[in-house]
Design a protein around this ligand. Sequence first.
Ligand code: ADP
Length: 258
Amino acid sequence: ASVIERERLRRESMEIELLRRTDALRAALLSSVSHDLRTPLSSIKAAASSLLQEDVQWDEETRRSFAVAIEREADRLNRLVGNLLDMTRIEGGALKAEKELYPLEELIHDVVGHMQLLLQDRAVCFSIPNDLPPVELDYLQIDQVLTNLIENAVRYTPADTPIEIAAQVVDEQIMVSIADHGPGIPPEDLERIFDKFYRVSGATGRGTSTMGSGLGLAVCRGLIEAHGGQIWAENRPGGGAIFRFTLPLKVTEGQTHG
Ligand code: ADP
């Protein structure tokens, strides 16, 4: 009986430990993102209230700028919530890539299309060969990866510099890269930026103090690994950062995690 009792206690204490860890993760997530959630919400609320103000006649251009602000901030909220959900799934081991053979070029153009509000007049150059083979991927997850990488390239680089998106076949894999002409990444942080909540200290991105929770790249890594690929960052010889990820062209059994 005492063996059974001991086993029961052991199992209970393991369960408590698991709950404690989940709770700690939740608390960290909550405190890190509540500010990030509130900033776009305040902007949305302010723009909507202005539009509804009955004693002011806004001209067409001003009305439009409020509507644009609402849409842009709602997009931002959507990306943040997407990252949060993915992070929770990755941490909980519940992430599954629902893969289908898909032309990557089309996905890249879809993502860039959805991001027009953020990109504004930013020059985006593509270097994608016409004969790029389709690849097995989870559309929504790779959309999230590209969105996070492009958002960073916009956020951490000057507005008048272009973003270059390339894809090519390398060793039975497709390699995608997103390159910018910003400040690049301190060499000692090239690996750590993929840790959750990690942000380069003293980074001078536009609005860095009010934006970003340090989740984007951690989510990218989790999603790419669930595809059996790899993701890493490099500094460009001429200045700027380049983020690369690979997706295997030949998916072997057992490569889908989760
Ligand atoms: P967040 O952008 O929310 O801080 P991320 O995980 O997306 O979180 O990025 C982590 C950090 O990596 C950023 O805070 C920034 O310091 C750095 N970083 C990411 N992308 C770039 C880039 N293109 N150029 C320079 N620094 C970058």
